[in-house]
Design a protein around this ligand. Structure first.
Ligand code: NAD
Length: 419
């Protein structure tokens, strides 16, 4: 089945859900969970975090037109920002006939850090740790037989000497294959269990025992060809490439450019119950890995006025662990995606980030983003201006007719509707 559905955006939420349900074989029960009618109660929330008093609903949409590694996918996106889902779907449409997105995954290796201070001879301590490498890995793996049974677990280590403001400290990097889990708890448990042994063999004192969110061994790459995005207009192609080049060269621009990527990525990460902060931290740290903050995407001109886009970033996301299985709606997110491994999910989410970024740059290089964005933001502004829900559509009509989307205009339309 294809997710290239013409006019999907014109359907009602119920009709859209019916399309997604047919695609992903959702049950009536599943649909109720997605609509928020069942499945996530105050009791569930209370089991997830502390001091619970309620919950904060965020709209859940799906991006259409995505074909990733030859499979059509609907990508669930939980976001409060208008125009994000439309933009991603629109950009993906331009890749549908050129083969969609192709991805690769470096592996699910997370890095755990064990930090050792107060060492008389840091270089000797470093050598001692390598001498005990096999024992250290064994001790780690004893902590997580389940992970080991899936072929995961601690696989290797590296020891670094880091010069801090006061002394030379040791930082042991444990490389743990966390398979289909994000792996923070798995890695942290190993790190903590290891600390007494590390103190014994180094004579130092262990302070930090936690994973690094710079998951550079969990890098995902995606590429796609965006078919003739400017209808052969060479000037606009040139402006697009120039906008991209500024993001590569200038951190002030790169921050916003990468924020555009994360508009898509964080929405899908949230929709699958993964840790948005871990993904954001990893992405931005990776963007500065060569000493200067830069773009996570690259663009090159292709044949027939097309643009070839690529993205590379770490994505520490899982299909098990954290809230991925304990949150009823997150489980639906994964069901809609029809993915069977964290690596498959990573490829889809990286593709979404690329499409999102492409859409932003395309708008910026041509008409600017405000026209499209404000049009989709009218409903929010109408509510902010005090409109009742049955007045919103009328206000949207007036704004689109006059092509005026400022807040003072919206207030004026509300007065018209009120009178
Ligand atoms: P987890 O401990 O809930 O689940 C992981 C465990 O699931 C594994 O250790 C393994 O025993 C088991 N498992 C079952 N099937 C598996 C499979 N197919 N592949 C791999 N493991 C399998 O969660 P986690 O993934 O270790 O940690 C994620 C959570 O940690 C998130 O909630 C995150 O927010 C939180 N966290 C993040 C940070 C950080 O990013 N710095 C720090 C601490 C905690």
């Amino acid at each position: 089945m294809s997710t290239r559905i013409k006019g999907f955006y014109k359907l009602s939420p119920e009709e859209r859900l019916a399309e997604v349900a047919a695609f992903a074989e959702l049950t009536e029960e599943d649909k109720k969970v997605i609509k928020g009618e069942e499945g996530f109660t105050l009791h569930n929330a209370d089991n997830m975090v502390e001091n619970v008093i309620g919950y904060m609903p965020v709209p859940l949409g799906v991006a259409t037109n995505f074909k990733v590694d030859q499979k059509d996918v609907f990508i669930p996106m939980a976001t409060e920002e208008p125009s994000v889902i439309a933009a991603a779907s629109n950009a993906a449409r331009l890749t549908y006939n050129t083969g969609g997105f192709t991805t690769s995954f470096a592996g699910s290796i997370m890095i755990g850090q064990v930090h050792v201070i107060n060492l008389n001879s840091p270089y000797e301590a470093l050598a001692r740790i390598y001498e005990h490498k096999e024992t250290i890995l064994e001790k780690c793996n004893e902590q997580d037989p389940t992970l080991v049974s899936f072929g995961g677990g601690a696989k290797d280590l590296e020891v670094r000497i880091v010069e801090t403001a006061t002394e030379k400290v040791l930082v042991i990097h444990l490389f743990v294959d966390t398979k289909d889990a994000m792996g923070a708890n798995a890695v942290n448990t190993m790190n903590e269990a290891l600390a007494p042994f590390i103190e014994k063999i180094t004579g130092g004192e262990v302070v930090l025992r936690i994973l690094s969110n710079l998951a550079e061994r969990r890098v995902v790459r995606a590429r796609a060809v965006f078919e003739d995005p400017f209808g052969g207009n060479e000037k606009l192609l040139e402006r697009f490439i120039s906008a991209y080049e500024l993001a590569v060269a200038d951190p002030y621009r790169a921050a916003t450019h990468n924020k555009g990527i994360m508009n898509g990525i964080s929405a899908a990460v949230l929709a699958t119950g993964n840790d948005t902060r871990a993904i954001e931290a990893g992405a931005h740290a990776y963007a500065v890995k060569n000493g200067k903050y830069t773009s996570l995407t690259h663009y090159e001109l292709g044949e027939n006025n097309s643009i070839i886009g690529t993205i590379e970033l770490p994505l520490a996301i899982g299909l098990v662990g954290g809230a991925t299985k304990s949150h009823a709606v997150a489980r639906m997110g994964t069901k809609i995606l029809k993915v069977e491994s964290a690596s498959e999910l990573s490829g889809i989410i990286a593709s979404l980030g690329l499409a999102q970024n492409f859409a932003g740059l395309r708008a910026l290089a041509s008409e600017g983003i405000q026209k499209g964005h404000m049009k989709l933001h009218i409903k929010n502004m109408a509510v902010q201006a005090g409109a009742e829900s049955d007045q919103v559509d009328e206000i949207v009509k007036l704004a689109i007719n006059e092509e005026k989307y400022r807040f003072d205009d919206i207030k004026r339309y509300l007065e018209i509707v009120n009178n």
